[in-house]
Every structure is written in structure tokens, then in C-alpha cells.
Design a protein. Structure first.
Length: 364
């Protein structure tokens, strides 16, 4: 899988850009604020149809523009497709696949799979469990289209229950709550099942990736206050239904759903130690990078087609030994790496591009 070309109009810091990357490793070098991450964000947007910075669409449009365009050509093993997204301040975005509106956004997402590493990814280890839930959910959606639909249905039912709780609190209609709970239980069980399957599939790739950067053993731990020892989707749905009923009075008082998959606690452990509290900064950074490389390997194995790799400022905080190990570990695929200093990436073979604040990307 590769990106043949990408064109930007009024996207972030780029008034207009036409960029034809190399099918191998592309190293984007420029000063901080030059627009390197903006370009990665545009590539990532063509893949996920959302910003990996979690920015709203309006924030992606240049300050002096009313709309922005991101379009590109994606080549897979047997076919090539064009993806175009028009972002507007006043209207809903328009997404085109090969010049036509796709039936589902998932049809676009499977044309271009990306694995992204960002400096803020350290929060995957150090931060709240929500970051790790999101990681598993995103990866599950790439592996199985049904997972994305299940997540959307669960989120919708949860929003509806929470809206009723916020509005009516202790006076909320119990029949309405029970109706939402039925949907939450069935879809929530499937969401957790997807997470468990994804973490199990990811673990061997994660262990192999980390062993190239450190000697520790890596484990996932998925803790749920409501699931107990449930081993099937049916058991999970029954347990969640019981938990929602049991917490209904408390939820009405607090005006919030306090139990369910949205509160589960996925954790990462190094040698049976919680990496959030017992790993060094270097170990945590190596673990985060191993997570992304493991996700890359899992997707490549699942589809027999390597995704695109986006690495934003990976080397600035790695010691020389770990940086060298990362270079050796880079997979053979189209990759985009950014750096503010040429010296940080000088040992990497690839095509070097100079990025400047005027919105230009040229061969170095």
C-alpha cells in the first residue's frame, strides 16, 4: 500500500501543495512550525477521515479560507483509488471515492491504512485508560469493519442514556432507561469482545517489537468492574445488563452512566509491573513505539499488505542506542518521518525533503 500523490488546498499552513512522495522512506526535515506535522496530518486524514490531533474539521482549514481540500491517490496490491475530502466552515464535509460518494466511510478507510506515532503517544502508557481503549477500538475497526459499526451503535446508545440522565436525573423515566440499557448491553458486549480479540492478536507482535528495543516481557491486562469471568459475548451482554440495572439509581443521582465498556481499564505491563507507574521514561517511550510497530505488523499480516507508517519527531527524545534500534526495526513499507534536525535522522536511508514555513516541500 502506498500514497502516490497528495494535493492540499488551504489545509492548515499549506495554501497549495502538490506532493509526490517516494514509495519508500520519506524524511521531512524542517524547523519547528514549518508544517511537517500538518502534512502527516493530511495523509492521516485521507486514511481515517479525522485528524490524529483530534482537531475539529474547521481547525484544519487555513485561517483566511472558507474551505479546504485534501485529495490523493492510493495504490494497493491490485488497484488504485482516489480519495477527495472537501472541508467547509459552513457545510458538512464532502467525501469522494473515485469521484463518487461512498456508501460508507469505512469504504474509504480500508483503501488507505496508516499507523501513526506522535510525541503525545506517550500518554498511551502514562495517561488515562481512555487512551488505551481508543487504541484498541481504532485497531479493531481497521481489522474488522463490523467493529466500527458496533462502536458507533454503542456510543449512540450511551449518549442517549446519558442525555436522559442529565436532563431528568432522579426523575428519569425508567422504561426509557431500560430501553437504552438493552442496546448498551448488546453492543457493549460486542465492543469488549472486539477489544479482547484485538489485544490477544496484538500481543505477540508487541512482544516481538519490544524485544528489539528492550529485554522486558510485555503483557496486556484488561480490567472490567462489571464483566467478571464472562467468557462469551452472551455472558458479557448478560453481565452488562445486570450491572446497568444495579447502577441505575446511582446513575440517576449522578446523572451519568457509571458502568460499562467506557469505564474499562486496559493496562500494559512490563515484567508484571504496571508500565504507567513502574517503567522508566525510556522504557515507556520504547513501549509506545513498539505498540505502533506491532500495530503495523498486525495489519500487514492480516491483509497481506503493509500499511503506511507516519512517524512524527520520533528520534528527538530517544537515546542513541534506542534510536539505532528503531532505525533497524523500521519495516519495509512507505514511511514518512519528520525531524527538526537532519542529524537526528542522518543514518536513515531514504529520500530527504526540505519543508519550510512558506508551504513548500522540495527535495533536499
Amino acid at each position: 500500500m502506498r500514497l502516490d500523490w497528495i494535493e492540499l488546498q488551504s489545509f492548515r499552513s499549506y495554501p497549495h501543495l502538490e506532493f509526490r512522495p517516494d514509495p519508500g522512506t520519506n524524511l521531512l526535515v524542517g524547523e519547528n512550525g514549518a508544517g511537517k506535522t500538518n502534512l502527516l496530518e493530511a495523509i492521516g486524514y485521507l486514511s481515517a477521515l479525522r485528524s490524529f490531533r483530534k482537531a475539529p474539521d474547521a481547525a484544519l482549514i487555513s485561517i483566511d479560507a472558507a474551505e479546504a481540500v485534501v485529495r490523493g491517490a492510493v495504490a494497493g496490491p491490485v488497484s488504485e483509488h482516489t480519495v477527495e475530502v472537501l472541508l467547509s466552515r459552513d457545510q458538512r464535509r464532502r467525501v469522494l471515492l473515485d469521484g463518487k460518494r461512498p456508501a460508507r466511510n469505512a469504504d474509504v478507510r480500508r483503501r488507505l491504512r496508516c499507523v501513526t506515532f506522535l510525541p503525545d503517544d506517550l500518554e498511551l502508557v502514562k495517561g488515562s485508560a481512555g487512551q488505551r481503549r481508543e487504541l484498541l477500538d481504532d485497531l479493531a475497526a481497521q481489522l474488522r469493519p463490523a467493529a466500527a459499526a458496533d462502536q458507533s451503535e454503542f456510543d449512540r446508545a450511551l449518549r442517549q442514556r446519558n442525555a436522559l440522565l442529565r436532563a431528568d436525573g432522579p426523575m428519569a423515566d425508567v422504561v426509557s432507561l431500560a430501553s437504552f440499557e438493552e442496546s448498551i448491553a448488546s453492543t457493549g458486549a460486542r465492543v469488549v469482545e472486539h477489544r479482547l480479540k484485538t489485544s490477544a492478536a496484538l500481543t505477540p507482535f508487541l512482544q516481538a517489537a519490544y524485544l528489539r528495543l528492550g529485554p522486558n516481557t510485555v503483557q496486556w491486562d484488561y480490567t472490567s468492574s462489571w464483566a467478571g469471568s464472562a467468557e462469551s459475548e452472551e455472558d458479557l451482554a448478560a453481565r452488562l445488563s445486570e450491572a446497568l440495572t444495579a447502577s441505575r439509581r446511582r446513575d440517576m443521582e449522578r446523572r451519568l452512566t457509571t458502568t460499562g465498556p467506557q469505564r474499562d481499564q486496559p493496562g500494559l505491563f512490563l515484567d508484571d509491573r504496571d508500565s504507567r507507574t513502574h517503567a522508566s521514561q525510556g522504557e515507556q517511550r520504547s513501549l509506545v513505539l513498539s505498540l505502533r510497530l506491532a500495530a503495523f505488523d498486525l495489519l500487514a499480516d492480516a491483509f497481506d499488505d503493509a500499511p503506511i507508517l507516519l512517524l512524527d519527531d520520533v528520534f528527538s527524545e530517544l537515546d542513541p542506542g534506542r534510536a539505532e534500534a528503531v532505525v533497524d526495526r523500521l519495516p519495509r513499507a512507505q514511511a514518512f518521518l519528520t525531524s527538526a534536525r537532519r542529524n537526528d535522522v542522518h543514518s536513515i536511508s531514504g529520500v530527504y525533503w526540505d519543508v519550510d514555513s512558506a508551504g513548500k516541500v522540495v527535495l533536499a
